[in-house]
Design a binder for this molecule. Structure first.
Ligand SMILES: [Fe+2]
Length: 220
């Protein structure tokens, strides 16, 4: 977000409230600029059978020694409420296809090429910081879709938000019906994240950060 946008947005915000209310509302002015993560289709490939391992390392299944094929990526972020405060005890689930375009699903395409070492699905329960972390692969395209990672955020066993994140700058985004279906430009930008080389990694690992802003207001 550039400064000009911040400035304009704050001006607009201040114009819409009375002077007295503005005084009280100013500390929340930043929160008002948070873009709520848009909900997106779950798609057909949420695992219909869970892998033997559902931890946050998708590269290695249990104690196998052979890792999955793909560009190693540390995918992290925070689960935030509508005011920008971290949400604890949010169960973050991700799923994505392997480097050959196959999901952990009996109806997946590319089954014959499936990477048996890719977990394809993982879970992380947030603590008080709201942060989550996965080690996975950089998503790849498959017919009809730009690269993406599916997310489900569950709280108290309930699916609160289903969404997907995309690779910033990937040419496939512009042709992707789901991505284009997010009509609000800021919302689309909020799910389109850079995958950048991780500092100090000698094996070319990538890092990607995806903060999820829920429509929830904090519990009193
Ligand atoms: Fe998908």
């Amino acid at each position: 977000m550039n400064h000009r946008y911040l400035f304009q947005n704050r001006r607009r915000f201040l114009r819409t409230v009375s002077f007295g209310a503005a005084l009280f509302a100013v500390p929340g002015a930043f929160a008002a600029e948070l873009v709520r993560t848009p909900a997106q289709t779950e798609g057909p490939f949420y695992p219909d059978h869970l892998p033997l391992d559902t931890d946050n390392d998708l590269l290695v299944i249990n104690d196998k020694t052979t890792p999955a094929v793909g560009d190693i990526t540390w995918l992290s972020g925070r689960i935030l409420d509508s005011k920008g405060d971290p949400i604890r005890n949010a169960l973050v689930e991700i799923w994505q296809c392997d480097n050959n375009g196959a999901y952990i699903h009996s109806g997946t395409g590319n089954r014959d090429k499936q990477d048996k070492n890719f977990q394809g699905f993982g879970r992380f329960l947030t603590g008080s910081s709201g942060e989550y972390l996965f080690r996975t692969i950089k998503p790849v395209p498959y017919p009809g879709r730009a690269p993406h990672v599916h997310f489900a955020i569950k709280m108290k066993g309930r699916k609160e938000l289903i969404t997907q994140c995309y690779i910033e700058g990937h040419p496939g985004n512009e042709k992707d019906g789901v991505w284009k279906g997010i009509k609000d430009e800021k919302a689309r930008k909020s799910v389109t994240i850079p995958f950048t080389p991780m500092k100090g990694s000698r094996i070319g690992e990538l890092a990607a950060k995806f903060d999820v802003v829920m429509g929830l207001t904090p519990e009193a």
